[in-house]
Design a protein around this ligand. Structure first.
Ligand SMILES: Nc1ncnc2c1ncn2[C@@H]1O[C@H](COP(=O)(O)OP(=O)(O)OP(=O)(O)O)[C@@H](O)[C@H]1O
Length: 739
């Protein structure tokens, strides 16, 4: 029911809001100042040209909505907008920006009733009832996209909150919620005793894991086999891939014909897909003996295809948002395992669910505590908001007892007779990390629990060792000289970029006949016909360079500034030049590390792919970008060699940026032996607990931290990332009594 009363507009608001032309002029001025995006002002202008009869407030709300969508929010929480505007917009501290912000604030209604009054009369806004749900089938929704005749903005009261959406995001949220709930409720046909039998084989009791209490990995498999949806969340090393390997094995074992079961693996980035393939292969090596005795099962496991990026799985095509697979042309698969699900944004999740055939099982693996996706939405976080508490219903508890040998602890079950949320019945949180100990693990825990006392203890221990112990170096305030030292030398055995520079300079000499005898990195020239032995030598060198590149990365909270990606890249490039590499501040050079910034399905490169420019083995004077991870095993199109990693010539890679340093956001799905996290000296909303946690957990063996001001870490640790979204509400307001 719509719980928000419809009051007349507040006179206070009307009195201060400018006329439409004045508002638009002001929005463009703010865009020129860099406080809003030009896109935000242009959107308001476009709406005004469509219909300005609703006055300035709907246009102002639209510009702010577009701006917030650019920051990852899928909607605008209207009743909080007035009070939280300074925090959400984060305009610069200078007096002009702050004065503008104050002015903007006076134009906003102060509460939900004021907003509803100001927006309800506008033909640009559709007011939805709290209970209405879109019934448009996904294929039709995708086809009409903007739905030209519908108002572009949607005002949605629900759960006591008033949200304003771009129509597209309103539809995505509803489609995602409906599709996930339908899958969670749809039970599979596997009989519980058969599930129990296979899970007992795959998770035999051991000394470290006696069969005395519930085994959450086993329970996760049981629930994913029980319905068409499994959500498995947990921190690094908690065994998500280990569990997925056993789940896949059980699914194949329970299938009538394992050879016919189409299991597909996917991840949001090429890097994450490569890691999934690799760690799944490792996990499959450690399956218990019972499996080895089943030749058909073994053969099916050996034939599992490599993981792909979600973009390539869904058939992303150049120059269009439309994907090859959708509800009208569904994916041809029976099971889909998606790793690093925290990186999947709302639009991608909606597209994925549209394209999934109804009978297919979907399994999402990911760490709910990591940063949300770069693009709008916080899907996994919204799905797993209650995962820690379980909330299992009586039917689920009974099924877990039957299929895995133990019910969940009483504290994680719903009281008798209480309704159980459908999604919770398909969700398991894994808690025990088997990889993460030492100071990095302790730091990650202290951050996650906002535990100031634990943090103080860890720092005191580090100080006794001049800032470094057990693979952790932590210093604030610190100077840029310190950053340059760590970026080059690392600390202790933990590497900086020096090993990469050494690998680059240790390039094989050109074959005999090249009079200068220079390495390819120095000369970028070679004979036109390279002999096969030289090609192999070149390929081995490329692999050594890529391995060195994977050892270290600088992660930043921001892109700009000395302590952002730009500053850190400059610092590293200066060091590389000093050590004899042909670095150029603009354009391509051998040794330039880049990150792809836009998907290009035709080229087979995707946003977030990391590569390094190196001289090509055959083409005189030419550079190719060789990519880490996600490479294909087939022969290189250019060289014919079987050992070449995936590469493309630099002139074809239009959308890439230098990436010795990258944002923490973009580092999700990757791990490095040593991570140097640098934060800026100014407090801002991007500094958050999730940012620290994600940065920390990218480090396999060593972690360094620097910031130019004291108190930055502490501030970040106490601040949670905020993403406005209505997805949790759509999911939670739908209870399934008796589940
Ligand atoms: N029940 C178990 N018994 C023995 N070893 C386990 C078990 N669960 C996980 N491991 C081991 O712990 C390590 C981490 O497991 P895994 O890679 O599956 O974790 P993950 O959650 O997928 O990590 P990440 O988030 O970093 O990908 C692996 O070496 C795995 O073999």
């Amino acid at each position: 029911m719509n719980t928000l009363p419809l009051f007349p507009d507040s006179p206070e608001t009307r009195a201060t809001t400018p006329a439409v032309p004045a508002l638009l002029a002001q929005l463009w001025q703010w865009a020129d100042a860099g406080w809003l995006r030009r896109l935000d002002a242009a959107f308001a202008q476009w709406l005004a040209e469509r219909d300005a009869t609703g006055g300035a407030v709907p246009l102002l709300a639209a510009a702010l909505l577009a701006h917030m969508e650019g920051k990852g929010h899928s909607c605008l929480l209207l009743q909080d907008l007035h009070s939280r505007l300074p925090q959400w917009l984060d305009w610069p501290a200078d007096p002009a920006a702050q004065q503008a912000l104050t002015q903007l604030q006076t134009w906003l209604p102060r509460d939900a009733a004021g907003w509803q009054a100001a927006l309800a009369a506008s033909p640009l806004v559709e007011l939805r009832s709290a209970l209405s749900v879109d019934q448009t089938p996904p294929a039709a929704t995708a086809a009409t996209d903007a739905q030209k005749d519908c108002p572009p903005l949607v005002l949605q009261p629900r759960g006591g909150t008033l949200r304003l959406y771009l129509r597209r995001y309103h539809q995505y949220e509803q489609r995602v919620a409906q599709a996930l709930l339908a899958r969670a409720r749809q039970q599979s046909t596997f009989p519980a005793p058969d599930i129990a039998e296979w899970l007992a084989r795959l998770f035999p009791a051991t000394a470290s894991q006696p069969d005395a209490a519930i085994n959450w990995q086993k329970a996760a498999c049981a629930l994913a086999l029980h319905s068409r949806l499994g959500i498995i969340t947990g921190g690094p090393g908690t065994g998500k891939t280990y569990t997925a390997a056993r789940l896949i094995t059980a699914a194949l074992a329970l299938a009538d014909d394992p050879a016919q079961l189409r299991i597909r693996l996917a991840a949001p980035t090429g890097k994450a897909a490569a890691r999934l393939t690799e760690s799944l292969q490792q996990a499959l090596q450690s399956l218990p003996p019972g499996v080895q005795e089943q030749p058909a099962l073994l053969q099916a496991l050996q034939q599992l295809p490599a993981a792909r990026t979600l973009h390539s799985l869904l058939g992303s095509r150049p120059d269009t948002r439309q994907l090859r697979h959708h509800a009208g042309n569904p994916l041809e698969l029976d099971w889909l395992i998606v790793d690093e699900a925290s990186m999947v944004h709302l639009e991608m999740m909606a597209a994925l669910l549209d394209a999934l055939p109804p009978h297919a099982h979907l399994v999402l693996l990911g760490d709910k505590d990591q940063l949300a996706s770069v693009e709008a939405g916080s899907v996994l976080g919204d799905l797993c908001g209650q995962a820690e508490l379980g909330h299992y219903g009586a039917t689920t508890a009974q099924f877990l007892q039957q299929a895995s040998g133990h019910p969940p602890p009483a504290a994680m079950c719903q009281p008798a007779g209480a309704a159980a949320l459908a999604l919770a019945q398909s969700t398991v949180m894994l808690r025990e990390s088997r990889r993460f100990g030492g100071a990095i693990g302790q730091l990650a825990q202290a951050v996650q629990h906002m535990d100031g006392a634990a943090m103080a203890r860890i720092l005191a221990g580090l100080q006794q060792n001049h800032g470094a112990a057990h693979g952790v170096f932590w210093k604030e305030p610190a100077g840029l000289a310190e950053a340059a030292r760590l970026a080059w030398q690392g600390h202790g055995p933990a590497p900086g970029y020096q090993p990469l520079a050494e690998a680059l300079l240790a390039a094989p000499r050109w074959p005999a006949g090249n009079a200068r005898g220079q390495t390819p990195v120095q000369a970028q020239a070679q004979p036109p016909q390279a002999p096969p032995a030289w090609l192999d030598e070149h390929a081995a060198w490329v692999r050594r360079v890529l391995a060195a590149l994977e050892r270290f990365r600088i992660l930043c909270a921001t892109r700009e500034g000395e302590w952002g990606v730009a500053g850190m890249n400059a610092l590293v490039m200066q060091a590389l030049r000093q050590h004899g590499l042909p670095v150029r501040m603009q354009g391509w050079f051998a040794g330039r590390v880049v990150m792809v910034t836009r998907n290009d399905a035709a080229l087979g490169v995707f946003n977030g792919d990391i590569g390094i420019a190196l001289p090509a083995p055959q083409e005189r004077q030419s550079l190719r970008v060789y990519f880490t991870g996600g490479g294909h095993a087939g022969p290189d199109a250019n060289t014919g060699s079987h050992a070449q990693p995936r590469s493309i010539t630099v002139s074809r890679l239009q959308h890439a940026e230098t990436a010795y340093a990258m944002t923490v956001h973009k580092s999700q799905g990757s791990e490095f032996e040593h991570v140097l996290l640098v934060l800026p000296g100014r407090i801002s909303p991007v500094l958050s607990r999730e940012l620290l946690y994600t940065g920390l957990t990218r480090a396999r063996a060593a972690f360094s931290y620097l910031a130019p001001a004291a108190g930055i870490w502490e501030h970040a640790m106490r601040q949670r990332t905020f993403r406005a979204s209505g997805l949790a509400d759509w999911l939670q307001n739908t209870a399934d009594a008796g589940h």
